[in-house]
Design a protein around this ligand. Sequence first.
Ligand code: ARG
Length: 262
Amino acid sequence: MNTHLLVSDAEHFRIDYEINPYMDTGNQPDGRAAVAEHDAIVEAHRSAGRTVERMPSAAECPDMVFTANAALVRRGRAVLGRPPTARANETDHYRRWLEGRGFEVLEAPYAFSGQGDALPCGDVLLAGYGRRTDRRMHEFLHRSLGYDVVPIRTVDARWYDLDLAVAVIGNPHTLAWCPEALDRPSRQRIVRLGLELIEVSRDEAEHFALNLVSDGDTVTMTRDAPRLAATLRDRGLRVVELPTTELAKGGGGIRCTALTLG
Ligand code: ARG
């Protein structure tokens, strides 16, 4: 899991608009620091043995560093994301890249945050709705990609994408999650899955603790969540902690910058 990733770059990363509560046009990322931060993440993926493909960002797309929202990909098929209007001009770039790589690309019929709201866990897909993803997407994802969809709703805009509130850690399946970020029926649905669950505090989750990439052996995560990092190490995982202060200004972290291709 997560062994083949698509990333972009932070060359054009800026805060031109505010579409989540972390973004503030008065608090711009430092260009050089952002590029360095992103390069270090890519390097960490490669050191963990993951294959990373890079797609250049476009100047008119200040959020393109967050490739996770581009699509949801499974077995050679990609369902494109359908993002808020401010990010709409990213979609053509992703469509072309994915088609050029031979993926069968499907358009999303409704609002869809791509992998930001869709966390695969074996054949189960934990799928967010009610913020960036229309619930009607769930049936579409079931039919087009074959997942058993578990609908999950977050309780406020801090968790505008599900990958800020829940993370798949590994095999046999373990999830890390911030229960407070989810409504009660969603919490019950997660508990009923019978997976191993690691609880993360609201404070660490707000610092992008759960916005991590795990391949089941190595977890690449922010350095701003030492309690989760320690818990994962206690469970025998290799944990690599990296600075994410610049990405945080866009409301994202490490998971948001990598679209899983395989
Ligand atoms: N500024 C971006 C937005 O609001 C951040 C996206 C982060 N991606 C994610 N998968 N959570 O769309």
